[in-house]
Design a protein. Structure first.
Length: 81
């Protein structure tokens, strides 16, 4: 059975894109353009290394965000008890 916080985090993660403020869209476009320009400038070997780095970074960042959100839920639970 999943922990209720895991269920809440999963729901928030799935709904995240729909809840971002409107000003985040141009930032995402700029980020994607910068990434595409970077990838276009890399050799095949450099691209492979960069993508491996990005995958590891994304996994670490995701774990950090989940831990932070979990702590926020636990804190809220303590405050409202």
């Amino acid at each position: 059975m999943q922990d209720y916080i895991d269920i809440l985090l999963s729901h928030l993660s799935n709904a995240r894109q729909n809840t971002l403020p409107g000003e985040s869209f141009p930032l995402q476009v700029r980020e994607q353009q910068a990434l595409n320009a970077l990838l276009d400038s890399l050799t095949a070997g450099q691209r492979k290394l960069f993508l491996a780095y990005e995958e590891a970074r994304n996994a670490a960042e995701g774990a950090s965000e989940d831990a932070f959100a979990r702590q926020a839920f636990l804190l809220a639970r303590e405050v409202y008890r």
